[in-house]
Write a protein that binds this ligand. Structure first.
Ligand code: E4P
Length: 214
């Protein structure tokens, strides 16, 4: 299972890289806005530092404009993946971009039916947002399970990037379902390695080590 960092903050990307578990990065307009930096120089810096796919989101709403925007973004680096929101015009653009050899990540996906459409348009990646579904009383992981079943059933190559991941249980559920990728913030990554019993165990061993004759 691959781990992507869901962030546009260079320092956070460096921290995830230091851990040795970073396989790629997903950005979105909100992440970019939170850096306060001009987007083009930021995208260039991120693409240059990441050894793996970097999703950059199109903000256009018409298919032709999405394609034009994507053609500019893809020049930033060899690892650029074009993030396109799931909507009618987005799907038209995805089909076109994939036919041109430009990889896409269909984002803001909230149902398995939407994910089926993304696969039919040959999207390279699809991003179901599970945390936002949980937040309105749905079962986000259930959608991932349905997408996995559908993709296996028909042999679609579209890879599932589970997004809007909130906690270790989400990550574990993704792994058990065989999701290709989970994209998450540094806070979720730190929850994966931190455990109170581990802290206690280390503390106890270090205390006992003090009694060892030196
Ligand atoms: C995925 O690519 C999105 O950037 C992200 O996971 C959005 O999730 P959130 O805003 O609900 O955290």
């Amino acid at each position: 299972m691959r781990f992507f960092l869901d962030s546009a903050h260079v320092e956070q990307i460096e921290q995830a890289q230091r851990l040795g578990i970073l396989d790629g990065v997903t950005t979105n307009p909100s992440h970019v806005a939170s850096t306060g930096r001009p987007f083009l120089e930021l995208y260039k810096e991120i693409c240059a530092m990441v050894d793996g796919p970097v999703s950059l989101e199109c903000i256009s709403l018409k298919a032709e404009e999405i394609v034009a925007e994507a053609k500019k973004l893809v020049k930033i680096g060899d690892n650029v993946v074009i993030k396109v929101p799931l909507m009618k015009e987005g799907l038209i653009a995805v089909k076109e971009l994939e036919a041109m050899g430009i990889p896409t990540n269909v984002t803001t996906v909230f149902s398995a039916a939407q994910a089926l459409l993304a696969a039919k348009c040959n999207a390279t990646y699809v991003s179901p947002f599970i945390g936002r579904l949980d937040a309105i009383g749905h079962d986000g992981i259930d959608i991932v399970s349905q997408i996995k079943t559908i993709y296996n059933q028909y042999g679609y190559d579209t890879q599932i990037i589970v997004a809007s991941v909130r906690d270790p249980q989400h990550v574990l559920d993704c792994a058990l379902l065989g999701a290709d990728i989970a994209t998450m913030g540094l806070d979720v990554i730190s929850l994966l390695y931190n455990h109170p019993l581990t802290d206690l165990g280390i503390e106890r061993f270090l205390k006992d080590w003090e009694k060892v004759p030196k």
